[in-house]
Design a protein around this ligand. Sequence first.
Ligand code: ZN
Length: 307
Amino acid sequence: MKKLTFLFLSLFSASAFAQDVSEERVRTVISTLASDEMKGREIGTPENDKAAEYIAQLFKENNLEYCTGNSYLVPFNYKGKTAYNVCGIKKGKSEKFLGFSGHFDHIGVSNKSGDNIYNGADDDASGITTLVGIADYFKNKKPEFSMVFMAFNGEEKGMLGSTAISEDKNLDPIYNNLSALFNFEMVATEAEFGKNTVFITGDEFSDLDELFNQNAVNGLKIHPDPYAKQQLFYRSDNVSFVKKKIIAHSISTADMSKIKHYHEANDDMSIVNSKNMTQIINNFAKTLEKLSPKNFNPKYNDKVKFN
Ligand SMILES: [Zn+2]
């Protein structure tokens, strides 16, 4: 009887939550990217290539299609060498796309003694983990929107990867249909608004947050940017797409008023709140499931500067 009850409960919980991304999965992806073996994923290093290949492998597991050519790896020139962004597509019911991005590079290692590896768990392995989690969630589903997943390189050296891929003409068929880009930048900690919340940069420039919140499930909420004075909207990878007049905002949970790990060696797994991350990823994905070109068509107002 005991065994039967256990079996029943296991089957029940497996089916009830079959579509949810597990916290274990979230921890696996973020801890692999933020491991010491990745040596801080600095652009131009073998470990940066290794991180790109790992993300491509995750895209393959999720049956994503290539964005261009015959690989998820989209090359660009970095100081005379080839570096890669990573890009994959999930076809939905509509030709219209939503985009999800983050940057996988970080700032490498220092010459200091002791812990000299900048693991970049929050910045921005957490963002990559979030977009991978969304791809996980939709693996066996057909969403209303088509989806493009982009892992940018070279953000820390001046948003090089996002600049390159945003100017890549081979991706114009996607960009011409891109309704909005969500760029996840540092989402590993609890936001100052509490669990299950994020903030969006440049909230005053479009109605994206209002439209999203109208459909948000399970209490997930996008808050306005509390650090608007820092102009984060113009300082992250989303700006490469703002220049193209595509709706593109960064989503974050970083508490900029008291953050102690930004570009420090202690930005590692010890500061990651994987439970909160997992909840946000699943609620974000469930909200996306409700969005279609009919109820989600965000627009800029005239406050935004495109250059
Ligand atoms: Zn970053």
